[in-house]
Design a protein around this ligand. Structure first.
Ligand code: GLY
Length: 397
C-alpha cells in the first residue's frame, strides 16, 4: 500500500515536471539541456580520467558497461565532449575531448568493418572542425583510405560486415550511410575525387536497393558478388524482414540529408523528404515523435520507445529544415521542438549522477537479442547534444 502510494506520488511528480517543461520557452529548454549535459558528461569523463583506453558504452542493472576503441560506438562519447566544448568553450572540456579522442586513434587503420567512418568523424571530425589540429586531419585522411578499401567498384558499394559469409555474400546495412560523411570530407580535404565518387555511388545504390515503395528501408541488403545484384533483403536488428526498424529509418534519413548538404544533388534531398513523409505520417509515430523501437512492433502503444532513433531524426530534421520551403521548414522545426522538449523532460533525461552519468534514458540497441534494451546508449546522447547545438545555431541564440 505504502509502496504504491510512493510510486503514484513519484509518477505525478514526473508528469508535473513534464507539463512544466512544455510551458518553458524553447530556448530555456535547450540551454538547460546543454548545461545539464555538460554537468553529467563531466562526471562521466572524470570517472575514467586515469585510463587511456576505457570508453563509456551503456549502463544496465546498476552497472557501467564500457568498451575499448574497437566497439562501433567508441567515437560517440568523444563526440559528445566536442559538441559540449563547442557549446561552452571551456578548456576543461577541451582537454577531456582531446583525451577521449586519442583513445580511438588506432581505429584509423581498421579495414575489417565499415564503422570506421562514423567512429572517426564524430570524434576526430568534430575535433578538427573545432581546433584545426593538423594531426586530426591526418588521422581522418588515413581513416578515409582504410574505409575506401571496403568499396568494391563492381558492386558500387562499401561492404559493411565480413561475418555471416554463409548467408551474406556482400552485406550492406542502412547504417552504412553514416560513413559517407568522412569520405566526402576527405574528398574536399585531399582533393581526391575518388572518395567522393565512392560516397555518391554508395548513396545511389542504397537508394535503389534498400528502399521499398513506401520509402521505408530494409536493414540489410546483401549483393551477389558475381552479378552485383541484391540476393538477400532482410532484417537484422529490427522486428522482421518487412518491418521498419526505427533506428534504421533514422540512419537513412540522416544519411540522405548529409548527402544533400555535401553534394547539392536534389535526388538526395528528394529521398530525405520521402523518408520524412513516411516517418511523420506513419500511424505508429507517437505525438511526441520519439518512435517505438520498430514501427511494426506488435504491441504498440505498449512497446518501448527508442530515444536514440528520436535523437538522430531530430538532428537530421533540423538540418533538413534549412533546405526546404518555409512552410515545411516551420513544420519540421515544430516537430523537432516537440522532440527536444520530450527528450529534455524527466521522462527521458536522467537525474544528475544517475543513469551511469549518461544523459538520456530509454534507448533500444537490439531488441530481438535482448541486448541493450531500455538503457542509455552513447549514440543517443551524441545525436541529442548535436541536435541541441544544431537547433541553437539555427535559431541564432
Ligand atoms: N547497427 C548499429 C545500430 O545499432 O544502429
Amino acid at each position: 500500500m505504502k509502496t504504491s502510494f510512493v510510486l503514484t506520488c513519484a509518477t505525478i511528480f514526473v508528469l508535473f515536471q513534464a507539463v512544466a517543461q512544455q510551458d518553458k520557452p524553447i530556448q530555456e529548454v535547450v540551454n538547460g539541456a546543454l548545461d545539464f549535459s555538460m554537468q553529467q558528461s563531466l562526471r562521466m569523463a572524470a570517472k575514467y580520467a586515469d585510463s587511456t583506453e576505457v570508453l563509456p558504452r551503456s549502463f544496465a542493472n546498476g552497472e557501467m558497461v564500457t568498451s575499448d576503441s574497437r566497439w562501433w560506438c567508441s567515437g560517440y562519447f568523444p563526440g559528445v565532449l566536442w559538441h559540449l566544448y563547442d557549446y561552452s568553450r571551456d578548456d576543461r572540456v577541451l582537454d577531456l575531448a582531446r583525451n577521449y579522442t586519442s583513445r580511438i586513434e588506432r581505429e584509423q587503420h581498421v579495414t575489417e568493418h565499415h564503422d570506421i567512418g562514423l567512429m572517426l568523424y564524430c570524434s576526430f571530425g568534430n575535433g578538427f572542425r573545432l581546433t584545426g589540429d593538423p594531426h586530426y586531419r591526418e588521422v581522418l585522411l588515413t581513416g578515409a583510405s582504410s574505409l575506401a578499401t571496403r568499396f568494391n567498384p563492381e558492386i558500387g558499394l562499401i561492404r559493411s560486415w565480413d561475418w555471416n559469409r554463409h548467408r551474406w555474400q556482400y552485406p550492406v546495412i542502412i547504417d552504412n550511410m553514416m560513413n559517407l560523411e568522412l569520405l566526402l570530407w576527405a574528398a574536399r580535404a585531399s582533393g581526391k575525387e575518388a572518395f567522393r565518387e565512392m560516397a555518391v555511388s554508395h548513396a545511389d545504390q542504397t537508394l535503389i536497393h534498400h528502399y521499398r515503395t513506401d520509402e521505408s528501408c530494409y536493414h540489410v541488403v546483401s549483393y551477389d558478388t558475381l552479378s552485383g545484384h541484391p540476393h538477400v533483403k532482410e532484417n537484422f536488428q529490427g522486428l522482421a524482414d518487412e518491418s521498419s526498424w526505427s533506428r534504421g529509418q533514422a540512419w537513412g534519413l540522416y544519411g540522405y540529408v548529409l548527402m544533400y548538404r555535401e553534394t547539392g544533388n536534389p535526388r538526395y534531398l528528394g529521398q530525405a523528404l520521402k523518408i520524412t513523409d513516411f516517418l511523420i505520417n506513419h500511424p505508429n509515430m507517437p505525438d511526441d515523435y520519439i518512435p517505438y523501437w520498430d514501427f511494426n512492433a506488435p504491441r504498440i502503444p505498449d512497446e518501448l520507445r527508442d530515444a536514440s532513433a528520436g535523437a538522430i531524426m531530430a538532428s537530421a530534421w533540423i538540418e533538413l529544415s534549412r533546405y526546404v520551403h518555409e512552410e515545411l521548414a516551420g513544420r519540421l522545426v515544430n516537430i523537432v521542438e516537440t522532440q527536444l522538449r520530450t527528450l529534455a523532460s524527466p521522462a527521458y533525461t536522467a537525474e544528475l549522477g544517475e543513469n551511469g552519468d549518461f544523459i538520456l534514458k530509454h534507448s533500444v540497441g537490439f531488441m530481438l537479442e535482448n541486448a541493450e534494451v531500455d538503457v542509455p546508449l552513447t549514440y543517443a546522447d551524441y545525436y541529442y547534444v548535436e541536435a541541441l547545438m544544431r537547433y541553437k545555431r539555427l535559431m541564432g541564440f
